[in-house]
Design a protein around this ligand. Sequence first.
Ligand code: BGC
Length: 266
Amino acid sequence: MQRLKGQSALVTGSSSGIGKAMALAMAREGANVVINFHSNESSAQQIVEEITSEGGNAIAIGADVSKEADVKRMFGRMFEAFGTIDILVNNAGLQKDASFVDMTLDDWEKVIGINLTGQFLCAREAAKEFIRRGVVEGRSVAAGKIICISSVHEVIPWAGHVNYAASKGGVMLLMKSIAQELAPYKIRVNSIAPGAIKTPINRSAWADPESEKKLLELIPYGRVGVPEDIANAAVWLASDDSDYVHGETLVIDGGMTLYPGFVGNG
Ligand code: BGC
């Protein structure tokens, strides 16, 4: 069953990690997919080849999502290739960790620029096209779907990562405010908040057994997540199966936000 057949999806930051898994999963569900990359073009091309060899349809487009001109150019190229957009996955994100007093303005601006401003710029371009085009009968009952990739750190404060936590806290109210504003156009907007997922962004937290053991103290379900845990949920949120889900953050974290430190304590 191809739940996204005939739809076109843009997954920002999809040359690795969670973005890559979501792009592959959406292509397998029948979507035409844009693999957006910032610097890793060869990895993006490999993912395009993987999708094409499975009979899917994908193209790679380079763009820095924090730059308005790049974002507009990326959407222009997507519309040339696929005609329109049905699904935006705002995934591109990074960490630039530092203790608060040592955090530079550049560390702050880079993270806010990509993680928050980038989501604003891409959502705005997608929303304009969804409103222009409206619902296409037989393709989806919604005029468009926006999925913001947030983090458990939209609610959990994170010492040593204040730029990152601030960006994700911002994503939460960006998502909810857009959801409130765009609902009358039949545009669905939701977030996924992953916990610890094995990807390059947090490799140092799980790559050796000692670190993984320490990380598992934060995860009641007893395993670190994998990108497919997020990709499966992203497909569902993009599909009509979740049509009445709107303005919601789906937390996928093995229970990290259950504050396991309180077991036998407090
Ligand atoms: C961060 C990871 C971290 C996880 C749980 C994610 O948003 O990018 O580095 O392991 O949250 O703390």
